[in-house]
Design a protein around this ligand. Structure first.
Ligand SMILES: [Zn+2]
Length: 105
């Protein structure tokens, strides 16, 4: 599976402002949008990579449009931190996984 990494993403920059964060990774489909962090620094952080890959797999499972709708709905219901999609991604941070089938482009 090919996953694109986009540095200096405007979308991630907007999210960073909203979340009051200095570093943000944001997944849309099979693209990881980064703001405030380089591709190499991001990839060196195994837990963070596992978190964002969990979001990529969520997009794979639900499809692009449905995933965005479900994510926004859950965020409205539970907030960002308690959004079940975020809880699932945080749980994935701790679990070593075989990602050898993934190529970052
Ligand atoms: Zn997340």
């Amino acid at each position: 599976m090919k996953i694109k990494i986009k540095e200096n993403s405007v979308l991630a920059r907007i999210a960073a402002k909203k979340l009051k964060a200095t570093q943000v990774a944001l997944v849309l489909g099979r693209t990881i949008h980064l703001w405030g962090v380089t591709r190499s620094s991001f990839l060196a952080n195994d837990g963070w990579v596992r978190h964002e890959l969990a979001h990529v797999f969520q997009f794979q499972r639900h499809g692009f449009i449905k995933m965005i709708c479900l994510y926004l709905l859950q965020s409205l219901k539970h907030g960002y931190y308690n959004n079940p999609f975020e809880q699932q991604a945080r749980a994935a941070e701790q679990v070593p996984a075989d990602h050898s089938f993934i190529v970052f482009i």
